[in-house]
Ligand binder design. Structure first.
Ligand SMILES: Cc1cc2nc3c(=O)[nH]c(=O)nc-3n(C[C@H](O)[C@H](O)[C@H](O)COP(=O)(O)O)c2cc1C
Length: 334
């Protein structure tokens, strides 16, 4: 049987109970990226299944009033958990929205029959554990090859979600929308409160954005979000200019909670594919957070779908530190 290394946290749960397998899978899924590293999920282990709940106490209520980015983040965690389960050696069985009366109960994941993990399953597990959000400007001169972009598009299309690679002549619109979104957010005290809450966390919280994850401002074609206007960013940006970075818009046919959860699952698959191809991905959500700039992105898509997230894609740079995560015992209830 193919083997995989599991993170320490994956070994601290009730390994010898029937729920042990699910505990391990979910512990691995805690590495999922999330909006401002809010980790807006709660997992409940229940007789042979694990339930995924949206944790509304972790919602950015002004930036993300409908919970779109919260549910997208939960969708990534859900697909990460299913992939981890496959790598542990069980067929994952995912039921979305199992109870219409409880809209925050997003999914139930069950460990199906034992089955040999494939080399792809093991590679996906390694990708989940090694992936990081890279905010450093790319130092490469050459853009990503089209076959990489096609593979990323294929990964999301497998979920019925779409990826539009922004054309050169569309970049000024994306740049203007991104800059305008940031201005609007900084000018609004309620939006600023949301940003402050998730960028000024105590280390003991093990969430939010830390200075170690963020680079100082550098000039780029598409501006990077200013996470820490009042503090020093600690991540060394290097001497890249980001000129060769590609930008893409993840978009869906519908614009409801089902579409957002599926978009998150598709994003998980894209991230796994990208990590295996040494492609670094920086999700950029500011332009979708503000209704006016979100409408500009929809226009870039010629209104064929609903924008969910902008992604900066570039050849991977060097190693990055791990961002914090809550302990498995905080996020998983038994
Ligand atoms: C829905 C969503 C929106 C995000 N928006 C941004 C963003 O606007 N800018 C950014 O630099 N990172 C963004 N991220 C990345 C998160 O900040 C990142 O996943 C989190 O801090 C954890 O770090 P990691 O991905 O390195 O594990 C987003 C991630 C998700 C899932």
């Amino acid at each position: 049987m193919a083997t995989a290394e599991f993170p320490e946290s994956a070994g601290t749960g009730p390994q010898r109970t029937p729920s042990g397998t699910l505990w391990r899978a979910v512990s691995i899924a805690l590495r999922a990226p999330s909006i401002f590293n809010t980790q807006p999920w709660r997992w409940h282990l229940r007789s042979g299944s694990v339930w995924l709940w949206a944790d509304r106490t972790r919602q950015m209520t002004h930036i993300d009033p409908e919970g779109r980015l919260l549910i997208v983040s939960c969708g990534v965690a859900l697909q990460h958990a299913a992939c981890a389960l496959a790598a542990i050696g069980h067929r994952p069985d995912t039921q979305r929205w199992p109870d219409p009366d409880r809209p925050d109960l997003l999914a139930r994941l069950t460990a199906g029959p034992v089955r040999e993990p494939t080399p792809d399953d093991i590679r996906a597990l390694h990708a989940i554990l090694s992936r990081r959000t890279d905010r450093r400007p790319s130092a490469r001169d050459t853009p990503l090859a089209t076959f990489h972009l096609n593979a990323l598009r294929g990964a999301v299309e497998a979920h019925g979600v779409h990826l539009h690679v922004v054309r050169d002549e569309q970049l000024p619109v994306l740049a203007a929308a991104t800059a305008q979104a940031e201005q609007i957010e900084f000018a609004d005290p309620e939006l600023r409160d949301d940003l402050d809450r998730w960028t000024h966390r105590d280390a003991i919280d093990r969430d939010g954005i830390t200075p170690e994850q963020v680079v100082p401002a550098v000039s780029r074609r598409i501006p990077q979000r200013t996470f820490l206007p009042d503090r020093e960013a600690h991540l060394e940006p290097g001497d890249g200019s980001d000129r060769s970075a590609s930008y893409a818009i993840l978009f869906t046919d519908g614009d409801d909670r089902r579409a957002w959860l599926t978009a998150g699952e598709a994003l998980s698959s894209l991230l796994i594919e990208a990590a295996q191809r040494d492609v670094s991905v920086n999700p950029m959500s500011s332009a979708v957070e503000v209704p006016a700039t979100r409408a500009q992105l929809a226009e870039l898509l010629c209104h064929v779908g609903h924008p969910v997230l902008t992604l900066r894609l570039s050849p991977a740079g060097g190693k990055l530190p791990r961002s914090p995560r809550r302990a498995a015992t905080d996020a998983i209830e038994t």
